[in-house]
Write a protein that binds this ligand. Structure first.
Ligand code: NZQ
Ligand code: ZN
Length: 395
């Protein structure tokens, strides 16, 4: 292991902590761009409570509403224009991962004269990695992405049908105001997708990492076991605040950095899913829940040992040997059964997606990221044919 790690985001966590938004924002200026999605925060009264807290702290705001799920670059441009014209000191993201991701890129775009799409890795020769951004405060209303306390953002270019990411230290939120009460209104399907997303954030590095990070393995298994225990409770009863709290914390921890640090893990399932949702505008983790089990079966056949560890430690199975493929595959079956039990799709056909574009997704994925030999970084690295075979297995 050899790494450098710093996550500077200050985290305020707990039921009722939304009341401290104004106090947190007051440290960064007097005027905020308040970014929201399609209206869920207004319907539930969360918006009014956020504004009340800002007003009490003497922070005024202008709005950027209507950030769509799978946020688009055109919305980023619109938000950055408002922030510039209105002279905003900071950006406050009040919503799910889409709102938080758009807010981060808006905050950087407000200080960048070029095209904000330059910041998103899409296979271009020169990527503009932002080194400055307006201060960002995140207030997640959905437990899933962990975007509230990491430096990543995922944006879609609707004109070129490309969905990809930017990661830059300048995008770390200054403060994450994480109030699980805000998630009680999340519908059942989005609750389940959030559970799948947070699990996939740790399985990526767990299965694709160097294999020499035993402590990170235990962190990852802890996150997965927590999600297996509390996820079904949050799905069964959205008003179960204890379940909402545990899932909100697990989602943040999953991608805050220290679970994956030092693993050198790749994110093949995410890379493939982003390309699929660029074409079909599906919910991110609905795509993950289809692709991840299929990818696991593909990777386990190449190198079963880590999947045996997963089967034993997460699902309590007993392997005959350290590379017992049957045991590895049984663990993956149990994982897929769990995803189904909370209502996640596990086949493309459930979303009405056929095999017409499988090769296109694969080619687009390696165009965004490859190992120099035309393969997607993963363990094992994936050729276009490998990706197509995984997609086919999930049809
Ligand atoms: O738009 P509104 O009206 O707010 O409704 C949203 C949206 O329809 C709704 N919702 C959010 N909070 C709610 C609520 N409904 C009722 N009550 C609430 N409290 O849920 C729907 C989905 O919201 P969205 O923000 O799109 O979901 P999520 O948090 O899963 O974010 C997904 C996006 O994040 C990206 C994904 O690719 C996708 O674009 N990711 C970002 C990552 C990151 N920055 O670290 C990592 C992830 O792997 C992921 O790629
Ligand atoms: Zn994800």
């Amino acid at each position: 292991m050899n790494f450098e790690f710093q996550n500077p985001t200050r985290i305020l966590f707990g039921a009722g902590v939304l009341a401290r938004l104004g106090e947190a924002a007051g440290e960064y200026g007097k005027k905020a761009l308040l970014v929201t999605g399609g209206g869920s925060v207004k319907r539930g009264g969360v918006f009014d409570r956020a504004v009340e807290s800002l007003k009490a702290a003497g922070v005024s705001y202008v709005e950027c509403t209507g950030i769509e799920p799978n946020p688009r670059i055109s919305s980023v441009v619109r938000g950055a224009d408002i922030a510039r014209k209105e002279g905003c000191d900071m950006v406050i993201a009040l919503g799910g991962g889409s709102v938080m991701d758009a807010s981060k890129v808006i905050a950087a775009a407000a200080l960048y004269d070029g095209d904000p799409w330059d910041m998103i890795m899409h296979g271009q020769e020169h990527v503009h990695v932002p080194t400055q951004a307006l201060p960002v405060i995140t207030v997640p209303t959905l437990a899933a992405t962990g975007s509230e306390a990491n430096c990543g953002a995922v944006i879609t270019n609707e004109k070129t049908t490309v969905k990809s990411f930017v990661m830059a230290p300048a995008l770390y939120p200054k403060v994450a105001v994480v109030d699980p009460e805000l998630t009680v209104s999340v519908p059942v399907d989005q609750t389940a997708y959030g559970v799948c997303d947070l699990i996939t954030h740790v399985t990526e590095a767990y299965f694709n990492g160097s294999g020499t990070t035993p402590l990170q393995d235990r962190f990852a298994e802890g996150v997965i076991l927590t999600a297996l225990e509390w996820g079904p409770k949050a799905v069964a009863d959205g008003n179960d605040l204890e379940a909402r709290t545990q899932i909100q914390w697990a989602a943040l921890v999953a991608l805050v950095g220290w679970v994956n640090v030092g693993t050198n893990g790749a994110y093949p399932v995410h890379m493939m899913e982003h390309t699929v949702s660029a074409y079909h505008d599906i919910t991110h983790a609905a795509g993950l829940s289809i692709i991840n089990p299929a990818w696991m079966r593909f990777a386990a056949k190449a190198e079963p040992a880590k999947f045996v560890q997963f089967a034993e430690r997460v699902f309590g199975l007993k392997a005959r040997s350290a590379d017992d493929l049957d045991c590895a595959l049984q663990g993956i079956d149990l994982f897929e059964t769990f995803l189904r039990s909370i209502g996640c799709p596990t086949r493309f056909s459930e979303l009405g997606i056929g095999d017409e574009l499988f090769e296109t997704y694969a080619k687009d994925t390696v165009a965004i990221m490859n190992d120099g030999n035309g393969r997607l970084p993963a363990r094992p690295p994936m050729s276009i044919d490998d990706m197509v075979s995984v997609f086919k297995a999930a049809l």
